[in-house]
Write a protein that binds this ligand. Structure first.
Ligand code: ADP
Ligand code: GLC
Length: 486
């Protein structure tokens, strides 16, 4: 593409891998801007300079001061040198220098100042995307915001001086809405006209909703799979916002996430014990063995090894797995779990791991290398989500020849084909029920005992192309105002 056609895109996000990642948003916020840059676009990613990024911010190669303006504090934009897109950190120690994670303290409790913290991030994004830009030489043409922490950006942008960028908001998960008490109106600098449920209002029930702000005010709304785009317009998965999404149906697009094949590729992955590809699948076995050794599981080539890398929450259908676990272990299976979340799930899994250490291993906390080793070493990946906007692990699993078991929802339905068909790449079940999962697990075990059949499924899974190029093109079309439904 010629430089003249390059778009200037401000991509604002609360997390971006490898610097900050609590889930799939972190991966997408790195991979999509990189894919856009590869298409020739000029992308600036804006995220807060959290305390964990203090050293990175000190190495910044450029600084721009944003003066205080009566409502918002003084801050600095710091450019971090890195290839591809350009990364800018919003440095404001009072708001972002807190000890803990991006959203909460070390115990996982949300920060009391989250409304101000993410209101400020959104306000700065709107400032950059308008005639009030602090960069004289760079005027964003597109403001691309992601999930509730950046939900106010499109709303603030409407009140900024022209020229104003076109705004696009991506819903990564509608269940998290950033709803705050109405007494935050002043610190968020919200006009009275927005303090209502209807019209241009941001109130959801009696709370200020950052998600709703975006759904009301963004020019274009996207979500991360075509199926989820349909599901959120219905009551069951609309989390109270389905009516509004139906009303904006013409502006709502489902674009399937890709995966970053430079990071998630068994042929070149430096984080796995043994590299392999579709042509040398036998080498995958060394990863299984290494994983069993690392986790203290019995070393066995024959025991089907099931992997889980996940937030341990209701969304992910962990209870459906737990309801089947005693049975599955009696069939001789092994289970490797990496994840943390609800104490009741962690506890039950840890009890099983203590009782049957040769069959069940559980690691809590965030561990990127172990996540890669589980993807490479397991035979089967369990992801029976209750809902799943896109999901990345089922795609990583297919790339690694680790067959996913998924429920037909959201991006899982859009990226895995059931083994019963001629083009199967995994195992898909329909209903949110432990019995349906049980039937599917029985099918998995039957297939696993037929090596030629299993190998065929693995090869088809590995031949899938989940790269970002095509999806990035679809975002570009929307950036340019060329709406095209999938
Ligand atoms: P979600 O964003 O809903 O959690 P996704 O499937 O989109 O689900 O993305 C989850 C991402 O987070 C994947 O890259 C997965 O490997 C990673 N992940 C989840 N839990 C852990 C963990 N405990 N340690 C390392 N990586 C994890
Ligand atoms: C959210 C969703 C997940 C999706 C990710 C990246 O965290 O829960 O399904 O893959 O965002 O878009």
């Amino acid at each position: 593409m010629s430089a003249a056609a390059a778009l200037k895109v401000l991509f604002v996000t609360p997390e971006c891998a490898p610097w900050v990642k609590t889930g799939g948003l972190g991966d997408v916020s790195a991979a999509l801007p990189a894919a856009l840059a590869e298409l020739g676009h000029d992308v600036r990613v804006l995220m807060p300079a959290y305390r964990s990024l203090a050293a990175l911010a000190r190495e910044g190669t450029q600084r721009v001061t944003l003066p205080a303006d009566g409502v918002w504090p003084e801050a600095e934009l710091v450019r971090v040198a890195q290839p591809g897109f350009s990364l800018w950190l919003l440095d404001c120690a009072d708001l972002f220098g807190l000890a803990g994670g991006p959203y909460g303290d070390e115990r996982g409790v949300d920060y009391a100042s989250n409304a101000e913290r993410f209101g400020f991030l959104s306000h700065v994004a709107a400032r950059i995307a308008s005639g009030a830009t602090p960069w004289k030489d760079w005027q964003a043409e597109v403001l691309h915001a992601n999930d509730w922490p950046t939900g106010l950006a499109a709303a603030y942008l409407r009140r900024m001086p022209p020229p104003r960028a076109r705004s696009l908001f991506t819903i990564h998960n509608l269940a998290f809405q950033g709803n705050f008490p109405p007494d935050r109106q002043q610190v968020l600098d919200l006009p009275d006209a927005w303090m209502q449920v209807e019209g241009e209002g941001l109130l959801h029930w009696d709370r200020i909703s950052m998600m709703k702000a975006a759904l009301r005010h963004a020019d274009v709304i996207t979500t991360v799979s075509p199926t989820y785009a349909r599901e959120i317009q219905e009551e069951a998965l609309g989390f109270g916002m389905d009516g509004m999404l139906r009303a904006r149906q013409a502006d709502l697009h489902g674009i399937l996430n890709g995966i970053d094949t430079r990071v998630w590729n068994p042929v070149s992955d430096p984080l796995i014990p043994a590299r392999y590809g579709a042509g040398c699948l036998d080498d995958k076995a060394a990863n299984k063995q290494a994983l069993q050794v690392e986790l203290g599981l019995a070393v066995s080539d024959h025991a089907p090894l099931f992997g889980i890398v996940s937030r341990l929450t209701d969304q992910k259908g962990i209870d459906l797995i737990l309801d089947n676990l005693d049975w599955l272990l009696k069939q001789g299976a092994q289970l490797a779990v990496l994840g943390s979340g609800e104490p009741r799930y962690e506890k039950r899994l840890n009890v099983l791991a203590a009782e049957l250490p040769s069959q069940v291993a559980v690691r809590t906390g965030f561990d990127e290398p172990l996540a890669h080793t589980i993807e490479a070493g397991a035979d089967v990946f369990l992801m029976p989500s209750r809902f799943e906007p896109c999901g990345l692990n089922q795609m990583y699993s297919q790339a690694y020849g680790t067959l996913p078991v998924v429920r037909a929802t959201g991006g899982l339905a859009d990226s895995v084909r059931d083994a019963s068909g001629p083009d199967g790449t995994g195992f898909v079940f329909q209903r949110d029920s432990a019995a349906d999962l049980r039937e599917t697990l029985m099918r998995v075990l039957r297939c696993y005992r037929q090596p030629a059949l299993w190998r065929g499924l693995q090869q088809r899974a590995m031949a899938q192309r989940f790269g970002w190029a095509q999806s990035a093109e679809r975002y570009v079309a929307l950036y340019k105002g060329q709406a095209r439904k999938a």
